[in-house]
Design a binder for this molecule. Structure first.
Ligand SMILES: [Zn+2]
Length: 275
C-alpha cells in the first residue's frame, strides 16, 4: 500500500475509496429556450422529451438501487410537479437550478437572490423538501452568485471545476462556508450527445476511464445529465453501464450531493455536517 492509498482510504466514508454523484438537470424547455433564437423551434422542441427522459432516468437509477440529485428549474417543476414528487418518492435529492435558466452573470445580485428565492419556494412547495444545494444554469455565475447562495444558508454549490475533490468556499468570511462539488464539461452529457454525437458505448468508456483514475486517486466524479439528452433510449445506457461498473467495483460511494456535502462539512468539524 502506498501513502496515496492511505489517504484515499480515509477521504471517504468507511469502505469507500472514491465518490460518484449523479446529478440530473431538469431544464424543461427553458435551457434551450434561453440559449437559442426564439424561432429555433427545432432545437427548443427537442426538450419536449424531458418528462419521458426523466421517467427513463428514474428507471435506470431504480433498477440499480441508486440515488441521485435532481437540479430542477423552478418553472420546469411547476410544469411537471408529479415528476418532482416521483423523484422525491424514490429517495432522490431536489436542488435549485434557477427559476427559468437565465444566466446569473447577466443579473444583478438582487435579481439573483430573487431568482433563487422564487425557485426555492416553488421546489419546497412541490417537493415537500428543503433544498440545500444550487447549480447555476449553464454554469454562468459571477462573484455574487455564491455569496447569495451562502446568505440563503445553502450547503453546496456545483459550479466550478476546481479539482477532483469537494472543497469549502466562504465568499463571506462572516458566514459559514459552503461545499463546492466540482462539475466538469467532461462529465456533462451535452459534450457527448449534443456538442458531438458519440455512441453511448464510447461515452461510457470515457466516463469509466475517468472513474477508474479517480478511484485510484480517491477522487470524486460529479456527472451532469439532462433528461432530454441522457434520457433518450440509447444514451441512457451510458449512465446504466457506468453505474454497473461503479457498483461492481464495490468501493465507489454513489450518493446524493447533499450527503457528500455534509460529509465534507463533518470532515471540517462543521456542526452542519453528518457522517
Ligand atoms: Zn441546466
Amino acid at each position: 500500500m502506498s501513502p496515496g492509498d492511505d489517504e484515499a482510504a480515509s477521504r471517504w466514508p468507511a469502505g469507500y475509496r472514491c465518490a460518484l454523484c449523479v446529478t440530473i438537470d431538469v431544464d424543461g424547455r427553458y435551457g434551450e429556450a434561453n440559449s437559442r433564437p426564439a424561432d429555433d423551434t427545432y432545437w427548443i422542441s427537442q426538450t419536449a422529451y424531458d418528462p419521458r427522459g426523466t421517467e427513463r432516468l428514474l428507471g435506470v437509477l431504480a433498477d440499480r438501487g441508486t440515488v441521485a440529485t435532481f437540479c430542477w428549474v423552478g418553472r420546469a417543476a411547476e410544469d411537471h410537479p408529479l415528476h418532482v414528487r416521483a423523484a422525491v418518492g424514490a429517495g432522490h435529492e431536489i436542488a435549485l437550478h434557477s427559476w427559468d435558466h437565465r444566466p446569473y452573470n447577466r443579473m444583478s445580485p438582487d435579481e439573483q437572490r430573487a431568482d433563487m428565492e422564487r425557485t426555492m419556494e416553488a421546489l419546497a412547495r412541490i417537493s415537500g423538501t428543503t433544498p440545500v444545494g444550487h447549480k447555476t444554469a449553464s454554469w454562468r455565475f459571477d462573484a455574487a452568485t455564491h455569496r447569495v447562495a451562502q446568505e440563503m444558508g445553502l450547503l453546496w454549490v456545483m459550479d466550478e471545476p476546481g479539482g477532483d475533490f469537494p472543497y469549502l468556499i466562504q465568499p463571506d468570511t462572516q458566514r459559514p462556508p459552503m461545499v463546492q462539488l466540482p462539475p466538469s464539461r467532461w462529465f456533462d452529457d451535452y459534450t457527448y450527445f449534443v456538442d458531438h454525437v458519440l455512441s453511448p458505448r464510447r461515452t461510457f468508456e470515457t466516463w469509466r476511464d475517468d472513474l477508474d483514475v479517480l478511484r485510484d486517486e480517491g477522487g470524486m466524479m460529479n456527472l451532469t445529465l439532462h433528461p432530454f439528452v441522457s434520457g433518450r433510449p440509447g444514451p441512457s445506457r451510458a449512465l446504466g453501464w457506468l453505474l454497473d461498473f461503479a457498483i461492481e467495483m464495490g468501493d465507489v460511494w454513489i450518493d446524493r450531493a447533499d450527503r457528500m456535502a455534509r460529509w465534507e462539512l463533518a470532515r471540517a468539524g462543521d456542526p452542519r455536517g453528518s457522517v
